[in-house]
Design a protein around this ligand. Sequence first.
Ligand SMILES: Cc1cc2nc3c(=O)[nH]c(=O)nc-3n(C[C@H](O)[C@H](O)[C@H](O)COP(=O)(O)OP(=O)(O)OC[C@H]3O[C@@H](n4cnc5c(N)ncnc54)[C@H](O)[C@@H]3O)c2cc1C
Length: 221
Amino acid sequence: MEAIRILSIENETHNVMHVRTEKPMGIIYSPGQAADVTVDMPKFENELRAFTFTSLPSDPFLEFFIKQYPDHHGVTEQIGQLKVGDSLLIGDVFGDIKYQGEGIFIAGGAGITPFISVLKYLDKNDNIGNNKLIFANNTSKDIIANEYFSKLLGENFINVLSQEEHEKYQHGFITKELIQTHVQNEETKFYLCGPPPMMDAVLGHLKELGIDESRIVKEAF
Ligand SMILES: Cc1cc2nc3c(=O)[nH]c(=O)nc-3n(C[C@H](O)[C@H](O)[C@H](O)COP(=O)(O)OP(=O)(O)OC[C@H]3O[C@@H](n4cnc5c(N)ncnc54)[C@H](O)[C@@H]3O)c2cc1C
């Protein structure tokens, strides 16, 4: 594990922090990957949690969006107490999400994080194309990086809110019909990341739509 000093902490939403840290020499990751992270305190050194890099590999710093669960009394509650100048510990890099061609990104809540770096990377390379993002949240105040994705994707950014009626967004859960509307062709890839119940539901929809598993790239949070 290596200590990484916190350079900045901002509130991204009411319960998600945007944390920027130093980048250790030699750390290698690809957009979409995560690392084992914990707080640099003896009590937490064996409490590794996965957080996804939302920075680009070429950035001179590391960046994470970290959703807090104060009621778990775990690592994310502790990270919420940290200040600029404190340290996190970072370990192994891993993760199954990797860009494999144009498609539909489907995220739930903090499951958006791997898609932040993948879409940022495509943007940097002028390759955003017709990629689409369907983002499920409870309410509009839970939408991470709303402004960024609205500018980047325009009409290809589709928000679905389960607990709020909002004139700009769809209401309910992600449905099979919604996904079907956005499928372009037989090559369209499906990138999924979110909490297990959402993943199960969306995988069920994709199965019913006859999507072969080889077109699905996924990671559960
Ligand atoms: C590959 C991967 C990448 C990820 N990337 C990110 C990311 O970029 N950003 C992000 O925000 N999250 C991400 N996550 C999720 C993140 O790892 C977890 O949210 C985080 O581990 C929660 O840690 P915690 O210690 O606060 O709570 P937990 O580890 O969930 O809980 C600590 C303890 O609290 C208890 N507990 C568990 N659930 C509850 C509950 N519902 N109520 C009360 N007590 C409970 C348990 O005893 C548990 O041991 C990722 C997950 C994976 C697998």
